[in-house]
Design a protein. Structure first.
Length: 320
C-alpha cells in the first residue's frame, strides 16, 4: 500500500488555557512538546494501523512565544517509512505562522512492544513531496550514525549528574493518566515531566523565590532519544543537572531511568538536553548569574555542552 505525504496529514486546534501557562501567561515548553508529540503519535499510528511510539525527537527550536488564550493549529505528517519506523514532521502554527517545528521518528510496535513492519510506503505526488522524502531519508541516516550504540545504551543506568552542584532527582509512579492507552506511557507526558524538572533546575540556580524576580522559559531540546518504552506500574527516576550557563541561557542534561519493582530491574529510557533562557518580569531576556564549572563532573558536562553548541552554531564571542 502506498500513500502520498498529503494523505498522512493530521491536524487539530488547541486553545491555550491557564493550566498550560506560567505566571506570565506564556505556554510552557513541556505542554508544547506534549501537543506536538501527541499529534505526531496520531499521524504515525494512523499510517501504521497500530501503536507507534516515539523513538527519537530531533533538535527542537521554539521560534516564537505562545500566550494564554492563543489559538494554535497543530499539524503532523509522515514523510518517509522504512520497515518499522516512520519519519514524522510536527509543527505548531498561530495565525498561519510556524511557532515551533520538530521532526522525529516513530516506530510501530506489537502488543509486546517489539518493532514490527508498517506495511505502507510513501509515494510522493509532486516535486515538493519528493524533496521532503529526500530530507527525511537524510535525517534518518544522520540519526542512525549517532545511535549506533543504541542497544548498549538501553542498559546504561548510571546517573550522569552525580557530583554536580546544581541537580535534581525525582521519582514518579507511572499511572494510567500518564499513558496513551492505559498501558504505554505517553512520550508527551514524559517530555513535560522532563521539561518541568529541567526548568526547576535552572530556577534553583537562579535563586527563584516565586513571582517578582523573573523566570526561565524553554527555547530548545536537543538529541532526545528513547531507548526503552515505559508501562503502567513502572517507576521512573529523572536526573537533571546544570550542564552549561551562558550570557542569557542555560543547558540542562536530563536522563530518565525506569524501574520494574516486581522484577527488580532498571533500564535507560531517554536522555536529552533542554535549553532555557532567563527572562525578566517584563518578558525580555536578561543575564544569567556567573557560572564557573567546578569538579571533574561539572567540567566534563560543560566541555561537552560547548562542543555541542559549537556544532549547532550557537557559540559566539560572548556565549548566550
Amino acid at each position: 500500500m502506498s500513500v502520498s505525504i498529503s494523505e498522512t496529514v493530521e491536524r487539530t486546534v488547541r486553545i491555550v488555557h491557564y493550566e498550560n501557562t506560567n505566571f506570565m501567561g506564556r505556554l510552557h515548553g513541556g505542554d508544547m512538546l506534549q501537543f506536538l508529540t501527541d499529534i505526531g503519535f496520531i499521524a504515525a499510528s494512523r499510517i501504521a494501523r497500530g501503536t507507534a511510539l516515539l523513538a527519537y525527537l530531533d533538535d527542537v527550536a521554539f521560534k516564537k512565544p505562545v500566550d494564554l488564550g492563543d489559538i494554535i493549529t497543530l499539524e503532523a505528517e509522515v514523510d518517509y517509512v522504512s520497515n518499522s519506523s516512520m519519519e514524522v514532521t510536527m509543527r505548531a502554527l498561530r495565525d498561519g505562522d510556524v511557532v515551533v517545528e520538530a521532526t522525529g521518528a516513530y516506530v510501530r510496535v506489537d502488543e509486546f512492544m517489539r518493532p514490527t513492519p508498517v506495511g505502507v510506503k510513501i509515494l510522493p505526488k509532486d516535486p515538493e513531496e519528493e524533496k521532503k522524502v529526500v530530507e527525511a531519508k537524510a535525517r534518518r541516516e544522520r540519526r542512525l550514525a549517532k545511535i549506533v550504540d543504541r542497544k548498549e545504551k538501553r542498559f546504561d543506568v548510571e546517573d550522569p549528574t552525580r557530583g554536580i552542584r546544581n541537580r535534581l532527582e525525582t521519582t514518579t509512579l507511572v499511572t494510567p493518566e500518564l499513558t496513551y492507552d492505559g498501558w504505554i506511557m505517553s512520550a508527551g507526558k514524559l517530555l513535560k515531566l522532563m521539561d518541568d524538572q529541567g526548568g526547576a533546575t535552572v530556577l534553583r540556580f537562579l535563586g527563584y523565590r516565586g513571582r517578582g524576580n523573573g523566570s526561565a522559559v524553554t527555547v530548545a531540546v536537543n538529541g532526545f532519544s528513547f531507548y526503552s518504552p515505559v508501562k503502567v506500574g513502572d517507576v521512573i527516576h529523572i536526573y537533571s543537572g546544570l550542564a552549561y550557563v551562558g550570557n542569557k541561557s542555560a543547558d540542562v542534561l536530563l536522563k530518565v531511568i525506569k524501574e520494574d519493582l516486581r522484577a527488580g530491574t532498571r533500564e535507560h529510557v531517554a536522555t536529552a538536553i533542554f535549553s532555557y533562557v532567563r527572562i525578566g518580569e517584563d518578558g525580555s531576556t536578561t543575564r544569567m548569574p556567573p557560572f564557573e564549572p567546578q569538579g571533574e563532573a561539572e567540567k566534563k558536562l560543560y566541555e561537552e555542552a560547548v562542543r555541542r553548541r559549537a556544532s549547532l552554531g550557537l557559540l559566539h564571542t560572548k556565549p548566550t
